[in-house]
Each structure stands twice: as structure tokens, then as C-alpha cells.
Design a binder for this molecule. Structure first.
Ligand SMILES: NC(=O)c1ccc[n+]([C@@H]2O[C@H](COP(=O)([O-])OP(=O)(O)OC[C@H]3O[C@@H](n4cnc5c(N)ncnc54)[C@H](O)[C@@H]3O)[C@@H](O)[C@H]2O)c1
Length: 202
């Protein structure tokens, strides 16, 4: 079911979940959710139908069932540990952000070739690269985040895969080469900016 959910819908699911979790009634209707979140009713119905099917006429959704479906779609029933490589400016910002838990992921440690980077404000440990493989194996880490300069990205990617990582979230501007079995998500904030420009009407 999750593969049919668009990025835009996925982006609204945490807000639905946050609201539905605050509801104390047994049932909740799409119009009530739409009003609470200042969204269009049609949009809410469409989003929720992808996650939980259609609500019952008049009564709406069973609140517990909807909560469970939203959690399952977001993968938050189980928070998956992740490691980050490259605790520089971007890496430190990602380490500081606690909101990834809402999407079922938590950065539990970072790795960097520069020992100075162990001093950071996130409260999360930054270990030397030599410890990457052993840490991932002991902690059974399956997600790796790459925030190193372009020149180091492929080598870091290879090290993550050798450490047992199965999914890579790549922030470097490099088209990484990975085996087919590895899930790869490239992130580029500039692309979102291009999208924003394209939405400007003049
Ligand atoms: N996707 C985006 O929208 C976006 C936005 C900003 C930056 N970036 C990219 O993110 C990356 C990091 O940018 P930044 O500004 O945080 O850089 P930075 O220089 O502040 O941080 C890079 C860190 O990587 C570490 N590092 C370098 N080589 C390494 C290696 N071989 N092994 C382990 N650690 C290593 C450095 O010690 C440093 O701490 C760059 O590739 C940049 O282009 C992407």
C-alpha cells in the first residue's frame, strides 16, 4: 500500500497522526480532520483512503484503526536506527533534528574522519570511521546517511554497504553506484528550490 502514497501525501501523514492521537472520541470524520488541520476535505479523504480505506458514512473513521494505519504507513511502530557519516555542518543539523522519529528513523550515532567532530551539541556520539563496521553490525543498523563532501561519498557509501547497511540516504551531489539490493534515496534541497521557482506565477 505504501508504494502508492505520494511524497506530498506522506508529508501530511505526521500532521494527521498528531491530530488523530489527540482525539478522544471513538470515531473521527474527514471533515473534522480537514477543519482541524485547515486542509480541503477532498484532499483529506483522498489521503486517508490510501492509508486506511474509506471511512463509514456518517460515523467516519474508527479512531484507533486510523491511528494504527497512519503509524503503519509512516513506519513509526518501530523506530529504525540509522548512522550518519560526515558530522559537518549539514550532518550536525540532521543529528540535531528529532523529527525523523515521526518517520520511523533515529540517528543513533555519527562517524567522521575528523576527531574534532566528536564535540557536537546533539548529544549523539561521533565515532572514528574505523569503528563504523563493528558498530553497525553490533547495533544491527540498516540505514546510512551520507553527508560527506562529494569526493568522499562513493568511498563512504562502499564502507556503509560493507558494514551491512541496506538503505542509503545520500545528501552528497554524487550519483552513487550501489548494488541493486541497496535502497538509495538522493536528497537535493536545490531541486526543491527549483520546484518553488517553477510554481511562481508572473
Ligand atoms: N542535499 C542537499 O540539499 C545538500 C545541502 C547542503 C550540503 N549538501 C552536501 O552535503 C555534504 C556535506 O556538506 P557540509 O556543508 O556539511 O560539509 P562539511 O565540510 O561541513 O562536512 C563534511 C564532513 O564530512 C567529513 N568527512 C570528509 N571526508 C570524510 C570521509 N572520507 N569519511 C568520513 N568523514 C568525512 C568532514 O570531516 C566533515 O566533518 C556535501 O556533499 C554537500 O554538497 C547537500
Amino acid at each position: 500500500m505504501q508504494s502508492a502514497i505520494s511524497k506530498a501525501t506522506l508529508g501530511r501523514l505526521p500532521a494527521y497522526l498528531h491530530y488523530v492521537e489527540s482525539v478522544t472520541t471513538e470515531h473521527i470524520s474527514a471533515p473534522a480532520i480537514a477543519r482541524a488541520l485547515d486542509l480541503g476535505e477532498v484532499l483529506v479523504r483522498k489521503d486517508l483512503s490510501l492509508v486506511c480505506g474509506k471511512g463509514k458514512p456518517k460515523t467516519g473513521y474508527d479512531t484507533d484503526a486510523l491511528t494504527a494505519s497512519l503509524k503503519a504507513a509512516l513506519g513509526v511502530n518501530k523506530v529504525t536506527p540509522a548512522v550518519l557519516v560526515g558530522a559537518g555542518k549539514l550532518g550536525a543539523a540532521l543529528m540535531d533534528y528529532s523529527g525523523f522519529r515521526d518517520y520511523g528513523m533515529e540517528i543513533i550515532a555519527a562517524f567522521d574522519k575528523d576527531a574534532e567532530k566528536s564535540r557536537n551539541t546533539s548529544g549523539k556520539p561521533v565515532y572514528p570511521m574505523e569503528q563504523l563496521r563493528r558498530f553497525c553490525q553490533i547495533q544491527d543498523v540498516k540505514i546510512g546517511i551520507i553527508t560527506v563532501p562529494a569526493s568522499a561519498a562513493q568511498s563512504v557509501c562502499d564502507q556503509l554497504i560493507a558494514s551491512g547497511i541496506e538503505a542509503i540516504w545520500n545528501f552528497s551531489p554524487v550519483m552513487l553506484k550501489v548494488p541493486q539490493s541497496i535502497a538509495l534515496q538522493n536528497e537535493n534541497l536545490a531541486l526543491s528550490l527549483a520546484h518553488l521557482h517553477s510554481m511562481q506565477i508572473d
